[in-house]
Write a protein that binds this ligand. Structure first.
Ligand SMILES: [Zn+2]
Length: 49
C-alpha cells in the first residue's frame, strides 16, 4: 500500500513501502530541518494514500 508523509513545511514524501518512506523522511528531516527523525516518528506521520 502506498503511504504518504506530509511534512509541516509542505514537502510531501511518497513511497510504496514503509522502509523507503522512513528513509526518505529521515533524509528530508536531516537535510532540510537539521533534525533526526526516528522510524517511529516518521511512521506516526504516515498516512495511507
Ligand atoms: Zn520538511
Amino acid at each position: 500500500m502506498n503511504k504518504v508523509i506530509q511534512c509541516p513545511c509542505g514537502y510531501v514524501i511518497r513511497a510504496d513501502d514503509e522502509e523507503a518512506l522512513v528513509s526518505l523522511a529521515q533524509q528530508h528531516a536531516r537535510e532540510t530541518h537539521s533534525m533526526e527523525l526516528t522510524a517511529e516518528e516518521a511512521l506516526a506521520m504516515a498516512q495511507p494514500e
